[in-house]
Design a protein around this ligand. Sequence first.
Ligand SMILES: Nc1ncnc2c1ncn2[C@@H]1O[C@H](COP(=O)(O)OP(=O)(O)OP(=O)(O)O)[C@@H](O)[C@H]1O
Length: 583
Amino acid sequence: MNGTYGPAGTTASDAGPPGLPVASGRETLREVWRLSRGYRLRLAATGVLGIVSTGVDLIVSVAIGYLVDRVQDGTADLATVLTVTAAMVLSAVLGAAGTALTIVLATRVYHSILAALREELVGHAMALPQHHVERFGTGDLISRSSDDVTAVADAAPAVIPVLTVTAFTIVVSLGGLAALEWPYAAAFAVVLPVYVLAVRWYLRIGLGVYRAERTAMSARAQQILESQRGYATVLGFGIAEQRHRAVMTNSWRVARQSLRARTVLSMLNARLNVGECLSLAAVLVVGFVLIDHNASTVGGATTAMLLVLRLLGPVNQLLLVIDTLQSALASLSRMIGVVTIPISPADVPAQTANTGVRLDEVTFRYSDGPRVLDDITLDIPPGQRVAVVGVSGAGKTTLAGVVAGTHLPQAGKVTRPGRTAMITQEVHVFAGTVRDNLTLAAPGAADHDLHAALEATGAAPILDVLRDGLDTPIGVGGHPLTDAQAQQLALAHLLLTDADLVILDEATAEAGSAHAAQLDRAADAVLAGRTAVVVAHRLSQAATCDRIMVMEHGRIIETGTHGELVDAGGVYAGLWTAWEAGR
Ligand SMILES: Nc1ncnc2c1ncn2[C@@H]1O[C@H](COP(=O)(O)OP(=O)(O)OP(=O)(O)O)[C@@H](O)[C@H]1O
């Protein structure tokens, strides 16, 4: 594991629950350097433009010094003043234009690299085995791919102009001071440690404070998410008050961390004021001594003061945006932390060209809980449709997850075809049009394919009630769909993906209802000609499968066709009798 787990830089009391890894400074730099691969030429060109623009801009300070000397020795005439003024205006305009262009170019590269990182983050998060995500908490993952990305993106307008201007101004101004008279550069250099110490103090304290703030925000997001997801449970157990208190506690933690961050910022400001005062005084004293010894002119001292003043502005601004920079860096290290989680080959189930499924002595448990799947071995030949039945809690959904590859077994081996698709009990409708939802995993599908899939799964009538047919927005903010419609749409989507192996773990539908019959027909259309594992909540569905596996306490206790199992008079026969009686 590359990253360090848990919120770096926080005290035990701040830490909250263990989270996804946070990348160290070195890892963050390495990853950013790697991501910048395609942009390095542009970055170099931006650097050259920045240095030239800053150099042109500094001509103003030199020109003012020159004018002071000409006025002092009485050689300044109107033509000289006008020429120097024109040169100053021109250099100021060219310098400003060049700096603006530098900032635009730097911002583009910044956002391109950020977009590449976000793509990698989302891709990596999707590839993480579900048990990883469950262990660390989806709230943290969501916070990193939303809040943290926003923090890094929002930092751009504040940070990039200052970073670009400061970096080039420091280099060019120090060079200018040294070229003027080295003692001027030395005077500034003597005060530089005050700034260095201020920055080091802030980096030492600030980074930890900002990470703690972000971590507290993640914990709060996780709390709120869990309370919302488990709303029915919260109401059912009457624990709303308790959940409310937990969210309040986390919100206070966020408030405390934010207060700490702002206090640290005020203390930084005080240090900056001291630095500014000392640098101006140092250059003034050096200028006085040099003029006194005829080693510099008044114009030279004026230029030196102007250069130092120019230097102080960006340096102070840089330290002030370190606030935003720190926050962005903390977010960046959290984003990169996800990217650096290695996905070992063991996390990816073995794939086979064969379209069948094989499980060899598979054992699975959730975290440190008891075994939910206990030494399961099974072989599903290509094209066979297998139903998994059993009482609630027997391990059916878990088995489906292991076959689909979303759960990684602790022991044993799973082999499945590459093109696998699954419908779980929670069908999610993405915000977008019906077409967007249907083509998510089948981007090349034409409209007539979409209509055919909807027809085959009995979902075509959904379009009749939608104003713009396939173009109607659904999901969050769009036309609301019933659970049954969402499920039918998911089945149509599954049909379009043309997977070799289909795993169905649909939500239960009341036996004998029109909805149940509809879903059975839709499932039939989707499963035709494919290898399939069906978690059969309706035994009518199991009865039509080629083979039935009965699960109990994480083990397969019976297997056979519907007829064989009914005749055998075992557990399945009992379930079937109860089912028939309930219809
Ligand atoms: N995410 C989880 N974390 C911890 N334990 C879990 C998790 N999901 C399921 N379990 C436990 O694993 C066992 C098997 O659950 P599973 O959902 O696989 O059973 P099932 O047969 O599909 O039940 P149902 O028909 O009610 O969906 C149960 O004891 C359940 O409490």
